[in-house]
Design a protein around this ligand. Structure first.
Ligand code: ADP
Length: 383
């Protein structure tokens, strides 16, 4: 920290005034002692006795006889007082600097850091203020990112709803306005297309609704004890027919046979349904889908594996983002909305777990880890 010219003057005058006060003080004390000693004979005798008694060493050194020693002691004390007052004043100036920096920050300069360093415990205040500024910057950046992603989401939703809606209005408009000129086959074709688009819109709205629900999962999860191995078996059975159509096998394996966990049965079923549906939808040329669950110490790990076409490495880190789709964001061939994995992530987070994906030429795996026991259930059981 650099002192301003005014502050240096302040320190200088503090020193001068202190020296003046000390000189006056010393002088008055010495005068008083001198007066007392000279007007009181028994004092003089007493002091003489003490002086004669205090002799040191083989030479009988009488240190009381040395006047310079008294001057040294008084001078030492004065010096100590002078330094103490200057240090105190210097620290007060440092505090003033910190305060003026704080006022500057409080005036709206929330990104301002205190740049000077001090080599005393006031540095802790500076470090705390700087840490607060950093936290504030991070919070603002997070807020902006959330705002941006909300805007993006609204744009995506509007686009995804408007595209099928435009087709529906177009085809139904043709049927409405040109009905007399259209052959029955064309009417059927147009109404069919409009129906297919309306169905696509419905599934998007449903996914959106589910996604919105996931954002408030902590309020909505109904945990209970479920047999996860059993649930995965049932799910795999329900997709068997679809899998057969695609010429692939769907199998489950569980170690141990029954794994009991605290979970919301509907949401956890939805999570694995999304993963199995994706494996069926996107696992091009796959020959199998495996659901492998394993009980670890205090969590369970479920791997949903298929040996289909790999997910490009650059896409793997984005597939859990909402509206992200590998095959181009607006491809309707596979009929997805890009919300399936965002919903899956929401469910896993609601269960205090984690989910990630790995993909290479031999297989694609989605690995889900969730705790066996949910804390909120522990509280319930304790009641
Ligand atoms: P959607 O709801 O459109 O199906 P998801 O969020 O479920 O979207 O998936 C995001 C992207 O991840 C998809 O576009 C797809 O390309 C890719 N993906 C998801 N699961 C798999 C899988 N098992 N194999 C290959 N790609 C996958």
């Amino acid at each position: 920290m650099k002192l301003t010219g005014r502050e240096k003057w302040l320190l200088f005058w503090e020193g001068i005034i202190t020296i003046g006060i000390l000189v006056l003080l010393d002088w008055s004390v010495l005068t008083i002692i001198d007066q007392v000693v000279h007007t009181n004979e028994s004092f003089q005798i007493g002091i003489f006795e003490i002086k004669s008694g205090l002799s040191f060493g083989p030479e009988d050194l009488r240190i009381w006889s040395y006047q310079w020693l008294g001057i040294l002691i008084i001078g030492g004390l004065d010096l100590w007082v002078l330094i103490w007052r200057l240090v105190r004043r210097y620290r007060a100036l440092q505090m003033d600097h910190i305060l003026s920096e704080l006022h500057y920050i409080a005036a709206g300069n929330f990104k301002h850091h205190i740049s000077f360093k001090l080599n005393n415990n006031l540095q802790e205040i500076i470090d705390s203020v700087n840490a607060m500024v950093d936290a504030q910057i991070r919070a603002r950046e997070d807020e902006l990112a959330i705002e941006r992603s909300k805007d993006e989401m609204i744009t995506n939703i509007s686009h995804d709803l408007r595209t099928p809606l435009t087709s529906i209005i177009g085809y139904l408009g043709l049927v409405e306005n040109e009905y007399d000129k259209l052959t029955p086959e064309l009417v059927q074709k147009y109404t069919h297309t409009a129906y297919a688009k309306a169905t696509q819109m419905k599934s998007l709205v449903e996914e959106l609704f589910e996604f919105a629900q996931m954002q408030q999962l902590d309020l909505r999860l109904n945990f209970e004890k479920i047999n996860l191995s059993e649930l995965l078996k049932q799910l795999s059975a329900s997709f068997e027919l679809e899998a057969q159509h695609k010429n692939l096998s769907i199998v489950t394996a569980s170690i141990p046979d029954d794994i009991i966990i605290d979970a919301d049965p509907d949401k956890i079923a939805r999570l694995f349904m999304n993963l199995i549906q994706n494996a069926l939808k996107y696992g091009t040329n796959a020959t199998y889908i495996k659901l492998v669950s394993r009980l670890e110490k205090n969590f369970v790990e479920v791997r949903v594996i298929n040996d289909g076409k790999k997910i490009p490495a650059e896409a793997v880190e984005h597939i859990f983002d909402r509206f992200y789709r590998v095959e181009g964001s607006r491809s309707t061939k596979t009929g997805g909305t890009g919300l399936g994995l965002a919903i899956a992530l929401g469910v896993v987070e609601g269960h205090n777990g984690s989910i990630y994906a790995t993909s290479d030429d031999s297989k694609t795996e989605f690995i889900v880890q969730v705790p066996i026991i949910q804390r909120s259930m522990e509280k319930l059981n304790a009641k």
